[in-house]
Design a protein. Structure first.
Length: 304
């Protein structure tokens, strides 16, 4: 019995050691949904855009131009400014914001946006990273949407930067008070700040329409400098045609003809009808050139 009991007692620990151990299975993490994946891709794209030294340098130029305009107005206002636009800015620093957009909308802002949008697809192709982006489960359509959304964010940031720089410069160099609009009505400073916001949003919409044009051109080439140059040339040609009276019939279909409609915010009441037509023109450009970019990008052979 002792021997058998000893054998049994020795067998029990062995049986416990040989018993299979059940592994706890943790539930697998669900794969990120398409919205989350798209958000992460957009955040990464925005981060890359605002970390590039070239883009930061361009944003720095956008911030400096209103300062230069303000200093020039301050120096010129020491003389007899009269009732000119210089006199209006010298009398109220808030007017510097509107003057900054008048100065920068024709070429400075379009050039900046063209560089970012023209480089969106062509730059990736030139660097050989476009194929690697398409390996991720993003798809060409979603990748193109992310690229354009990034351009829109940059346009909004650029226009907001111009407004903030002009506001700060105006507050430092000039007195601030009620603003006399182009229609002769005087509004308080708080109301003028709201109209500055309207101008920023309208200008950003106009630049976003140009971004759609530059993005479409970017899908047609693998040379980013070519896409940027083509976009800038289109802007210059459009402005030249807008200034020729003999071709006034084509003016309503030119993108640059509607950029200056933000002055509707300087009237009482606000010229929403004119600005609404401008927004409609911007939306038409986004639709047409966005469709062109999508058709080209989804059907082209990616070799880089």
């Amino acid at each position: 019995m002792g021997e058998n009991g000893t054998a049994v007692s020795e067998a029990r620990p062995l049986a416990r050691e040989e018993a299979p151990v059940r592994e706890e299975r943790r539930p697998a993490r669900p794969a990120p949904g398409p919205v989350r994946h798209l958000t992460r891709l957009l955040a990464s794209e925005i981060g890359l855009t605002f970390r590039r030294p070239r883009n930061l340098a361009m944003l720095g130029v956008l911030a400096v131009v209103p300062v230069v305009v303000g200093i020039a107005v301050r120096v010129a206002s020491d003389g007899d400014a009269g009732g000119s636009i210089i006199g209006q800015i010298a009398g109220n620093g808030l007017m510097l914001t509107f003057a900054a957009f008048v100065v920068m909308m024709p070429i400075v802002l379009p050039l900046t946006v063209s560089v970012v949008a023209g480089d969106a697809i062509a730059g990736e192709a030139a660097q050989g990273t476009l194929r690697y982006l398409l390996v991720a489960p993003a798809g060409r359509t979603r990748l193109l949407l992310v690229k354009y959304a990034n351009v829109v964010v940059f346009c909004l940031a650029a226009c907001a930067l111009v407004a903030v720089s002009a506001l700060v410069t105006g507050l430092v160099l000039f007195p601030v008070g009620p603003v006399t609009l182009l229609s002769g009505t005087t509004i308080p400073a708080a109301g003028a700040l709201l109209r500055v916001g309207v101008v920023v949003l309208y200008a950003a919409a106009g630049m976003a329409a140009l971004g759609a044009v530059a993005l479409a051109v970017s899908t047609l080439t693998e040379a980013p400098i070519g896409a940027v140059a083509t976009s800038v040339v289109l802007v210059v040609v459009s402005q030249v045609l807008s200034a020729i009276p003999q071709v006034a019939a084509v003016r309503p279909v030119l993108l640059t003809s509607w950029w200056g409609a933000f002055d509707g915010a300087l009237r009482a009441p606000v010229a929403f009808d004119e600005m609404g037509r401008g927004l409609f023109a911007f939306a038409a450009y986004v639709l047409v050139f966005g469709s062109l970019a999508w058709s080209r990008f989804t059907s082209k052979d990616i070799t880089a």
